[in-house]
Design a protein around this ligand. Structure first.
Ligand code: FEO
Length: 395
């Protein structure tokens, strides 16, 4: 059933309450998600984006209950990724000749995925379409926010920015608007989305945010493609993005370790104790990587000024779980964060050196040689770990 967003603009998307993983199994979605599609019924009838492929038939059936599909004048594909374009093949079977407005890169993406020669109409920033009743749609390329093909569409008069992935959250909700949901959940999912998806593109994002701001478009609503529509002070999420895109950090130190026989775990706890003793204000978090959700951990890294990484030595190196997680941090191109390393060993003891090399290669400022301990930490070693924590606190 369609839901009114504003005037002649309706939400016709899909709420995916059951979604637990996104991007394959890469991104945890504890709160589900939504795939937001919008129907504009002015003198022209326009569909903006569709839904993920598993819901394609349901989407087209529901849309056909709301309107005669042949009444759709054109479709706007703000982004080619399958969670928004997935229902295009099912829809285009009904209306194969209708124009699809999108960027040049989106044509490549859509042709590459669906191998169809649909009626693509390439648009770029500033291009406009008259949709009647004195209203226009204006296109704004959002290159690398978060794919090369991404764009946003602005609707004049109603002053709605259809932003696609930007400003979105994986949050399943029956409610449409930001003021209708739990604010803590909303911002947790917003920062998680930014940390895990947008961080690598921060330099481009800063320029794009400046560009969008300089257009001086009055924005009454930001209608994203996931989660809620920002209608209550929509600029608040733009301002948050400006902060997050600026190599964001809070007064937080996060310790992330994996352990074989709990020696490295004990060091982690003692290091946390030392940090807390030296600085009563800093937020200290300790996570066993093997028992944690990696997407959530990335959000903690995003918020941290220093990350402290621990692994025991195995086969002259580190546990593969930690090697994979450091690789993930490298992909996200964090900037301006410090790193420290620690770990227990029985024989050769290379893990701390290996962590330092990997963390430096991942773009972190490695602050010291780290701390390692042979065999189980005894009382003296535990005290050394506390002292190591104290030093980390005052970096
Ligand atoms: Fe929500 Fe980039 O897809």
């Amino acid at each position: 059933m369609k839901k009114q967003v504003k005037d002649n603009v309706y939400w016709v998307g899909k709420v995916d309450w059951e979604l637990q993983k996104f991007h394959g199994d890469e991104y945890s979605t504890h709160k589900g998600s939504t795939y937001n599609s919008y129907l504009i019924q002015e003198e022209k009838t326009v569909l903006i984006d569709t839904v993920w492929a598993p819901f394609a038939e349901e989407f087209v059936d529901n849309l056909a209950k709301e309107i005669d599909l042949n009444k759709i004048d054109f479709i706007i594909a703000n982004h080619g990724e399958v969670d928004h374009s997935g229902a295009l093949p099912a829809l285009m079977k009904h209306i194969p000749d209708k124009p699809i407005y999108c960027t040049a890169n989106a044509v490549k993406s859509l042709k590459g995925q669906y191998h169809q020669d649909w009626n693509f109409q390439v648009v770029k920033t500033g291009d406009k379409i008259d949709i009647g009743n004195g209203k226009e749609l204006i296109f704004v390329e959002m290159t690398m926010l978060h794919w090369p093909d991404s764009m946003a569409t602005y609707m004049t008069q109603d002053n709605i920015l259809f932003s696609n992935d930007a400003f979105g959250q994986h949050l399943a909700t029956e409610k449409l608007f930001n003021d209708q949901v739990d604010q803590c959940e909303l911002f947790n999912e917003s920062i998680k989305y930014f940390a895990n998806i947008l961080t690598p593109f921060n330099p481009m994002l800063r320029k794009k945010l400046d560009e969008v701001t300089s257009l001086n478009l009055p924005i009454e609503m930001i209608a994203t493609s996931h989660g809620v529509i920002w209608r209550d002070n929509p600029i608040q999420i733009v301002e948050r993005y400006a902060q997050w895109a600026n190599d964001y950090q809070e007064n937080q130190i996060t310790i992330i370790y994996d352990t074989m026989w709990n020696g490295t775990k004990l060091l982690a706890e003692k290091i946390a104790e030392g940090i807390g003793m030296a600085d009563s204000d800093v937020v200290v978090k300790v996570h066993n990587l093997a028992k944690s959700d990696e997407t959530d951990l990335i959000t903690e890294v995003f918020k941290s000024k220093t990350v402290v990484i621990g692994s025991p030595t195995i086969a002259n190196s580190i546990l593969h779980s930690m090697a994979g997680f450091i690789h993930l941090m490298k992909e996200l191109k964090f900037k301006g964060k410090k790193a420290e390393a620690f770990g227990c060993y029985g024989w050769s003891g290379e893990s701390v050196k290996a962590i330092n090399e990997l963390m430096a290669n991942a773009g972190f400022e490695v602050a010291s040689e780290g701390y390692r301990n042979q065999w189980n930490p005894d009382v003296d070693a535990q005290k050394e770990a506390v002292d190591f924590g104290k030093k980390i606190a005052i970096l």
